[in-house]
Design a protein around this ligand. Structure first.
Ligand code: GLV
Ligand code: MN
Ligand code: MN
Length: 455
C-alpha cells in the first residue's frame, strides 16, 4: 500500500485553495499580524540544518522588504532580485558547489558532475509577488541548502549528482507571465515570445536581463539540461490550510489546478467628471465593475476561483471619466472544462455589460498552464521515504498555486513537498510558517534527497 493518503488532489478542500468557508475560518484564526511574519522563532536545540537554516533565513530577510508594508518586492532582475541572486551564489561557494547560470538566467549549484546524468535537483525561487511573504519561494531554496548541510552532517555518500536551483521570475510580477525561467527551459515559452515581454515601464525582458548582468542572447529551450535531471523536488510553503487542518507538518503534492491569466480591456471615452451628464457617458469603469462581480458569481457557481487583482486605468484622474480600464483576471479550477466554463461565463457577461454602456471590449489570454498531475511513482516514493522510519502516512494535497515543478512536470519527473502554513495566507506579508515546521520540512527534504540521490 502506498504510504500516502488523501489522494485525488484538486478538490477544493484538499487543494489548498481558500474556499470561502476556509477563508472565513482563516480570517477568524489568530494571525501573526502586526509582527514580522518572516522570523520563525524557536529556542530549542539546533541540528546542523537548523543552525544553517537560521543563518540563511536571517541573511535573506531584509532583502527587498518594503519598510511600509513589510512585504517583499523582489521582482525579476530588479536590484532586490540581484541581491538574492548574489546570496545564492555565495551559498553555493560557501559549500564548495559548482555554480552556474543557465541560458535563461536560472541559477544552479552542483554537487557532483552534472554530465553524469540522472541528477536529483531541488530548489525553488527567490522572486516575489508585490508585497509578498517571506516564505513563498525562499523557503524552498533555503531548505535545499540546509538539507544538503544535514546530509553532509549525516556523512551521506551521494551516488548521483545533486543540484540546487533558483528559477528566475517565478511569480511573473514584473513581466506578467509566471515561471518564465522554467517555461523557457522547458520550451513552453519561445525565445521570441520572451523577447516581447515588457514591464510597466516599457523595459523588455532582454533589456532587464542585460541590465542585471545576464546576456539574453541564448535564452530558449534547454533540453540538454533537462536530460541530465532524473528528478526535481520542490519544497514550498503550503498556500492553504490543509496541513493545519489535518495536523501534519509536511505533505506531498498530487496535482496543480489548471490556471491562466486573461487581460480585459474596456475602452470608453474620457470626459469631464463634473460636466458630463450620466446619460452621455461611455464609462468603462462601470462594465469593469460589473465584470468583477460576474467573475465572483461564475466562480462560486462552478466551485472555482476567479480574481481581478490588478487593474490599470487611463488617464487615471480623479476628475476624469476613464478612457480605458484594463483588468487582469486570474482564474483556476479543478479541471479544464470547469475553468473554460468559468472564463467563458465571465467573458460573456463582460461583453453584455460593455454593449450596454457603449464600451469596446478586448479579451486576451496572456498565459495558461494546464492541469498538472505530478509523477505518481515519484510521489509514492516520497511518501515511502517520509513514512519509512515512523510508519506515518504522509498527506497528499492538490493545490491551486502554480510552481516551477508544475511547469517542468511534462518534461521530467517532478514532485513537491509542502510545509504547514497555520493561517493558509500567502502572497501577503502575513504569510507564515513556524520554525519547527520549517525544520521538519528541511529534514523531510533531506530524507527524500538521501533516498533519491544515495541509492
Ligand atoms: C504563483 O504563485 C501562482 O500561483 O500564481
Ligand atoms: Mn507565489
Ligand atoms: Mn512559489
Amino acid at each position: 500500500m502506498s504510504p500516502v493518503r488523501g489522494e485525488g488532489g484538486g478538490a477544493p478542500a484538499e487543494a489548498g485553495v481558500p474556499s470561502p468557508a476556509a477563508g472565513r475560518a482563516a480570517a477568524a484564526r489568530p494571525r501573526p499580524a502586526g509582527r514580522t511574519p518572516a522570523v520563525p522563532r524557536n529556542d530549542g536545540p539546533r541540528s546542523p540544518a537548523g543552525a544553517s537554516f537560521q543563518e540563511m533565513w536571517a541573511e535573506l530577510l531584509p532583502i527587498g522588504r518594503h519598510p511600509g508594508s513589510g512585504g517583499y518586492r523582489r521582482y525579476a532582475w530588479s536590484g532586490a532580485d540581484r541581491e538574492c541572486r548574489a546570496w545564492f551564489e555565495e551559498q553555493a561557494g560557501a559549500r564548495g558547489l559548482a555554480y552556474e547560470v543557465d541560458r535563461n538566467g536560472n541559477q544552479w549549484a552542483w554537487l557532483g558532475d552534472p554530465a553524469a546524468g540522472d541528477a536529483v535537483v531541488t530548489g525553488s525561487h527567490l522572486d516575489s509577488v508585490p508585497d509578498g511573504g517571506a516564505f513563498d519561494g525562499p523557503l524552498g531554496v533555503v531548505s535545499s541548502f540546509a538539507a544538503l548541510d544535514e546530509l553532509r552532517a549525516r556523512k551521506t555518500r551521494f551516488t548521483k549528482p545533486l543540484a540546487i536551483v533558483n528559477f528566475g521570475d517565478e511569480e511573473g510580477a514584473r513581466f506578467g507571465l509566471a515561471c518564465v525561467g522554467s517555461r523557457l527551459t522547458a520550451g513552453h515559452l519561445t525565445a521570441e515570445q520572451a523577447r516581447r515581454l515588457t514591464d510597466a515601464d516599457g523595459v523588455t525582458l532582454p533589456r532587464a536581463m542585460e541590465a542585471a548582468g545576464h546576456d539574453p542572447e541564448a535564452i530558449g529551450a534547454d533540453p540538454e539540461r533537462l536530460a541530465r535531471i532524473g528528478a526535481f523536488v520542490e519544497l514550498h510553503v503550503e498556500q492553504g490550510r490543509a496541513l493545519d487542518l489535518s495536523g501534519d507538518r509536511v505533505g506531498v503534492a498530487s496535482a496543480i489546478w489548471p490556471h491562466g491569466r486573461w487581460r480585459f480591456d474596456f475602452r470608453g471615452e474620457a470626459n469631464h467628471a463634473g460636466t458630463t451628464r450620466l446619460v452621455d457617458r461611455r464609462d468603462p469603469m462601470l462594465s469593469y465593475a460589473q465584470t468583477v462581480l460576474a467573475a465572483r458569481r461564475e466562480a462560486e457557481l462552478a466551485g472555482a476561483v476567479a480574481t481581478f487583482g490588478k487593474i490599470s486605468v487611463e488617464p487615471n484622474g480623479v476628475n476624469a471619466i476613464p478612457s480605458l480600464v484594463r483588468g487582469w483576471l486570474d482564474s483556476r479550477a479543478a479541471d479544464q472544462a470547469t475553468l473554460d466554463t468559468v472564463v467563458d461565463g465571465i467573458r460573456r457577461a463582460a461583453g453584455e455589460y460593455a454593449d450596454a454602456h457603449g464600451i469596446d471590449l478586448d479579451v486576451v489570454r496572456e498565459s495558461f498552464t494546464p492541469v498538472v498531475e505530478f509523477d505518481h511513482a515519484l510521489r509514492d516514493e516520497l511518501g515511502r521515504l517520509l513514512g519509512k522510519d515512523t510508519g506515518l502516512v504522509v498527506p497528499v494535497l492538490g493545490t491551486g498555486a502554480g510552481h516551477d515543478a508544475g511547469i517542468l512536470s511534462g518534461r521530467i519527473p517532478t514532485a513537491m513537498l509542502f510545509v504547514r502554513n497555520p493561517t493558509g495566507v500567502s502572497h501577503s506579508p502575513a504569510e507564515f510558517a513556524a520554525e519547527d515546521d520549517c525544520l521538519a520540512g528541511v529534514r523531510a527534504l533531506a530524507d527524500v534527497l538521501e533516498g533519491l540521490a544515495c541509492t
